[in-house]
Design a protein. Sequence first.
Length: 302
Amino acid sequence: MRKVVSVSLGSSSRDHEVEAEFLGQRFSISRVGTDGDLERAQELIRRLDGQVDAIGLGGIDVYLYAAGERYAVRDGLRLMECARLTPVVDGSGLKNTLERQAVYFLRDKGLLAPGTQVLMVSAVDRFGMAEALAEVGCELVCGDLMFAAGIPYPINGLEELAKMAKKLLPEMVKLPFHMLYPTGKKQEEKAPNAVKFASYFQEAEVIAGDFHFIRRYAPERLDGKIILTNTVTREDVEELRAQGVRWLVTTTPDLGGRSFGTNVLEAVLVAILRVPWEEVTTEDYLNLLARLELKPRLERLN
């Protein structure tokens, strides 16, 4: 049996383990949270190196993208470099493929139309999704500065995002990652300044992107909204239902009661391919995704 482990900077309360089959191959898949402890995550990756088929990095990015430019996150690279034998992935390969397809899936289902108001909570970590949303004609507001930096400035569209990214990301990626993204117990808490961003959630028809940003900053009521995200547990789904969310869409399928992050599914694909991660191409991912016939999870909650 192949083994894939996601080492996450997120809360250990969200740990999960499941067995699944992909293309006739059995996989043991587990997620291990380190409660925001970067050194603990590094040590765990060193112990797993050479003992598992692939490692995913959860709760952190290694690479951020905007307008064809790639920016390496210092703390993410530190984690990736802890493994010498086992491939380590952060999910960015699938964010540029699978997550684009999820947008087209929603369009074909009649849930996305030109002019749909979309709040993308962070676009630089899901630029494929952001580009696809713009491509199908959505009115896109990117919350990267609001939710990652606490700056109450909405970025309107991808052109403005690219300009901002070019100015800010070269320095931001050098910061400790916990300054940019909720790790550990922060993933279970509301942001103290969330109220000043509530109007952006209320004005949007679709709220897209990282679930921890959504959960941390969303107002109490999300009546009639479509949430396009991933990495949700059963408890998260019930919370969204209670908030009045109409549709939940996750870019990765439900496995044993939860949607794993893109890093987990990318680790599975790399384990199937059995080639060094840096040699895997977009075409390799697209071909495997076509063979697996994976579809986004679409669930009506209200």
